[in-house]
Each structure stands twice: as C-alpha cells, then as structure tokens.
Design a binder for this molecule. Structure first.
Ligand SMILES: NC(=O)c1ccc[n+]([C@@H]2O[C@H](COP(=O)([O-])OP(=O)(O)OC[C@H]3O[C@@H](n4cnc5c(N)ncnc54)[C@H](OP(=O)(O)O)[C@@H]3O)[C@@H](O)[C@H]2O)c1
Length: 297
C-alpha cells in the first residue's frame, strides 16, 4: 500500500486518481500534521506499513505564511523530517514535492539543481528546510521541485482568471515573472511512473526539477487561458489583459522573477519513465477540456 499525505489538495487529489486502490490518502481528518506528535506520526505509519510514502501535504499559502510563520514552519520544515524518520525506520522510500522558489530566481537562464539557492520569504525558506530535514532523516527520498501548479478544480490561477474573465472587461496581470505552468494531473502522472522505479531503484536520495516544456509569464498564461476559452466558445467579458510589473502588484511575500527550471537532469535520469515532457500549453488545453464551468462560481 502506498501512503499519500494530503487528501483534498490539488496534487493529492490527482495522486489518488492516478494510484487508485494501490494507495490510501490521509488528509487532516486522518492525521492532522499541524498538531500530531512525532511519535504519533511514526506509530501511524508503522501500523500501515506502506511500501512508499508520497508527501503532497504542505502549507502553501505563500502570502499568509509571512504572518503564520510557526504553522508554515511546522508543515513545511519539520514534518518532512518526521516523515523521513518514519520511512527510514520501515526501510521504505519517500517521494516529496518542493518548489522552484528555493532558487535565487534571478537572471533569465533556467535554473538547474546546482543553481544557487536563495529562497525569499517564509514559504520558500521553509520548503528548503523541509528538503534538508527529509534528506537528513536518512530515508531514501526523491524530491521533485515543481512550480506554478494549477488544476481544473480547487482554487488556483486558472480558475481565478476564468472567473475574473467572466466578470470584468479589463484585467491586469504580472508579466515579469516567468515559469512553466504545471497541471497537478501531470505531476500525479509523473509520480505514478516514478513510483515503481523509485521503489526498485537503489540509488541514494535525489532532487529533480520537473516541469513541462516551455516558459511563459503569468500574463502569457492568462492570455492563453482566454484564447482557449474563446476557442471553446465560452462567453467572456474580458477584452484586454494589461501586462504589469511585479512592482505594481505588491504582495506580502516576494516572488522570484525567474521561475524557469532546467529539467535536463530529469530527462537524462528518468526520461525513460516519465516520457517526453509535454509543452505547458498542451496540458492547459487538456485541463480546460475537463474543467466544469458551472463550478467556477
Ligand atoms: N501550488 C503551487 O503552485 C506549488 C508550486 C510549487 C510547489 N508546490 C508544492 O507541491 C506540493 C503540493 O501542492 P498543492 O498545490 O497540491 O497544495 P494544496 O492544494 O494547498 O494542498 C495542500 C495539502 O496539504 C494538506 N495539509 C495542509 N495542512 C495540513 C495539516 N495540518 N494536516 C494534514 N494535511 C494538511 C492539505 O490537506 P487536506 O487534504 O486535509 O486539505 C492538502 O491536501 C506542496 O509540497 C507544495 O509546496 C506547489
């Protein structure tokens, strides 16, 4: 049995679909990671005896993290270490998700796993601490650094844009942050393919950037969302999407301008398992084909 930590999150939901009855998912109701004791987490994992732990639970409210430092630190920095300890005691591997926000995020070149790390803000810093705590636990951990995650369901940029695009004629969207929009469904598919390999592989822990092909800005992402919506004959009010600078849209947490990730290491090491990485726009199209418009609100 595979244990997925996280249940209703974007990636967690798609992981449950991908793994089906090979996996059990624990959300807050099954084990509250904000309050559980270290020994409790260890005992619960011991009892289940999973063959692999996939940790999709995290504190992901990037701006709120600036004022909820303890809650964010607990989920993102401490819990991955405890998960690692529980996994190590059972001799089972872990797959964990991190973020491009751990990088310095400067310049315009795609950042590789060897690029300088300089997380800005509480969320980014705690995610890096979590990677380190997991690695320090001694568990065999595959850490996937992903970025700009969205899904046909839940609260995310795709759905926010579609909702606003139905309400307003003009929108202003940041155009100087560049990255690769990544569908949660794609992350789950990659994880499923990597799970068999990672359980049988004997190599030591590994950190991999994993993103679709191609880069765009949030502005470019928004424009493409509206183009596809129009192709689908959806009725939208939006006529103009103004490109603005990050400095014109102040947020409590600073975001890196460069979220481009160099995924060549993943292509070399695990390309045979994950296959050719699709272009981000192909996955957006796929996601918009299954998006239920009546749920946009
Ligand atoms: N979203 C992004 O743009 C992005 C970008 C880069 C990296 N990542 C990383 O990708 C991973 C998945 O992100 P996501 O977008 O799927 O996040 P998400 O939608 O915010 O889901 C977070 C998950 O964490 C669980 N969780 C939070 N607090 C918990 C607690 N106290 N006890 C137990 N579970 C708790 C939630 O549990 P419930 O199911 O009970 O609600 C939920 O399943 C995370 O590691 C995140 O840091 C995300």
């Amino acid at each position: 049995m595979i244990l997925i930590l996280g249940k209703s999150g974007q990636v967690a939901r798609r992981l449950q679909e991908a793994f089906g009855d090979q996996a059990v998912a624990w959300g807050r109701a099954e084990l509250d990671l904000a309050t559980c004791a270290r020994a409790e987490l260890r005992a619960r994992v011991d009892e289940l005896r999973p063959s692999l732990i996939v940790n999709a639970a995290a504190y992901t409210a990037v701006d709120r993290a600036e004022s909820e430092i303890d809650a964010c630190t607990r989920l993102n920095s401490v819990i991955p270490g405890w998960i690692g300890e529980a996994a190590q005691a059972l001799g089972v591997p872990v797959i964990h998700y991190s973020t491009d926000y751990v990088y310095a995020g400067e310049g315009v070149e795609p950042q590789s796993e060897a690029s300088p790390l300089r997380p800005a803000g509480v969320y980014a810093r705690t995610k890096l601490e979590g990677e380190r705590a997991l690695l320090a636990s001694g568990a065999r951990a595959l850490i996937l650094r992903v970025a700009w995650v969205y899904d046909a369901e839940g609260a995310n940029f795709l759905r926010t844009m579609l909702r606003l695009g139905r309400e307003r004629a003009e929108l202003r969207v940041v155009s100087d942050q560049v990255g690769s929009p990544t569908a949660a469904r794609r992350i789950a598919e990659w994880t499923l393919r990597l799970a068999t390999w990672w359980r049988s592989e004997k190599t030591q822990s590994l950190i991999l950037n994993l993103a679709p092909q191609g880069f765009t800005s949030w502005h470019g992402f928004a424009e493409h969302i509206f183009k596809l919506a129009k192709d689908q004959n959806r009725s939208l009010k939006v006529e103009r999407v103004e490109a603005i600078a990050t400095s014109e849209y102040p947020t409590p947490a600073r975001r890196p301008l460069n979220s481009r990730m160099d995924c060549r290491q993943a292509d070399q090491l695990v390309g045979a398992y994950v296959g050719e990485r699709p272009h981000w726009s192909a996955d957006l199209k796929r996601e918009m084909e299954v998006l239920r418009w009546e749920t946009l609100g």
